[in-house]
Design a protein around this ligand. Structure first.
Ligand code: TRP
Ligand code: SF4
Length: 400
């Protein structure tokens, strides 16, 4: 288990579908065994675009958490929480806004893109412009090392790295930094201080990335260093000031190989989804009515799997043998499309059965879900408050 934390959030869009499962949640479930993970419902982010319809948010929040749990996010391993229940995110957002150049926000590609795309609402708001900064606060407040997200979010991660760098640059300076860092190193004991110094030299003089990793791990392990001393030592390792906020790296999630039922991206707005909680009859019906290669008008017309979304489902769900059977059967008109879909139907049903069962447990007992979230909010808050103490201190807001 690494000490390095992972943070990721999702806007509450309601019940999740197979696209979310194959595109994100399965990845989260894998990561939670390797890292301390913090997963949250980005409800404020939902308001940046849906401020006029707040009534849908509450149900969407709970539906999404139920589906996370049902799909294998384990509250014993991961911290699950709701953004607005950790109000420190908003405090950090405000404080970071002081050092955020407007131009940086205006240049984030999603700003103009979304404004042009979502023409049915007015997005010339302060909240919408500040979206990436709120997202930066979401991550930086946990001093996360990695953020698992899809390609579309990369500019947002880049942006938060720049904000962290700027913050450390402006507020990480202190009088006698180098002496303080050296004194902090001594507190680890002479052996470890020596190792730290060696690793630092190797990193700074030879650019040795492994040395940087080892030095970071060494610092993570130290129990008896104060937060301030740790920041100094992290900062001294890489540069000239305290590292109060950590620059996170993106952990790129491979795009879901599973398209929607019609071959486009799976999305509720395209009406082409299989929801995780669809009942078996609905799943069967949806897959049976999936479009196929239009060349197969009659059963005797041969087809081409490359032109058929069902084939893409086979690539996710079927073994080599079944896939050979599809290729042969489709191209020779040896099998019919309904026949071809049956293994996909069976595999999707098998995948969803345990998920639906777990979801039912949480739907039958909503207090279970509320307790998991309450517990997660508390854990997240503790960590967020720790960071905020450092941030306020660095910004001169600790009055005594
Ligand atoms: N912007 C992300 C999205 O639309 C959601 C999000 C909000 C997020 N805050 C985050 C993702 C923090 C990762 C980390 O998908
Ligand atoms: Fe698609 Fe299968 Fe029909 Fe070929 S046989 S068109 S792959 S559903």
């Amino acid at each position: 288990m690494y000490e390095e934390r992972i943070v990721s959030g999702m806007r509450p869009t309601g019940a999740l579908h197979l696209g979310h499962y194959h595109g994100a949640i399965k990845n989260w479930a894998r990561l939670q065994a390797e890292y301390p993970c913090y997963f949250f419902v980005a409800d404020w982010h939902a308001l940046t675009t849906h401020y006029e319809t707040p009534e849908v948010i509450e149900q969407n929040v709970w539906d999404m958490v139920v589906d996370w749990l049902a799909a294998g996010i384990d509250p014993a391993q991961s911290v699950l929480f709701i953004q607005s229940r950790v109000p420190e995110h908003a405090e950090l957002h405000t404080l970071l806004s002081m050092i955020t150049p407007l131009g940086w926000l205006e240049r984030v590609p999603t700003y103009k893109d979304q404004q042009e795309k979502l023409t049915d609402r007015d997005l010339s708001t302060y909240g919408f412009l500040g979206y990436p900064l709120l997202q930066a606060a979401d991550v930086l407040i946990y001093r996360a090392r990695y953020v698992p997200v899809g390609e579309d979010q990369v500019p947002h991660i880049e942006f938060m790295r720049e904000i962290a760098r700027r913050f450390n640059h402006v507020y990480g300076k202190e009088l006698g930094f180098e002496d303080k860092a050296k004194a902090a190193a001594k507190k680890m004991g002479s052996k470890k201080a020596k190792l730290y110094a060696e690793l630092r030299t190797r990193y700074q003089e030879q650019g040795d990335a492994n040395a940087l990793e080892s030095a970071r791990a060494l610092l993570e392990e130290q129990q008896n260093l104060s937060a301030g001393d740790k920041e100094r030592l992290f900062g001294y390792l890489e540069g000239g000031g305290r590292m109060i906020l950590v620059e996170p790296d993106v952990l790129l999630t491979a795009a879901s190989k599973l398209p929607g039922l019609d071959g486009q991206k799976m999305s509720k707005s395209y009406n082409n989804t299989v929801a995780l909680r669809d009942d078996p009859e609905t799943v069967k019906k949806k897959i049976r009515t999936m479009p196929t290669d239009p060349a197969r008008v009659k059963r005797t017309d041969p087809g081409n799997p490359e032109k058929c979304p069902v084939w893409e489902f086979h690539q996710v769900y079927s073994d080599d043998k079944t896939r050979d059977w599809v290729q042969q059967g489709c191209r020779s008109a040896g099998i019919g499309c309904l026949e071809c879909k049956q293994p996909v139907i069976d595999a999707v049903l098998a995948e969803l059965a345990p998920i639906r069962e777990r979801a039912q447990r949480y739907m039958d007992d909503p207090t279970l879900v509320k307790n998991i979230v309450a517990d997660g909010c508390e854990k997240a808050r503790e960590l967020a408050q720790e960071t905020m103490r450092e941030v306020r201190d660095a910004m001169g807001l600790t009055y005594s």
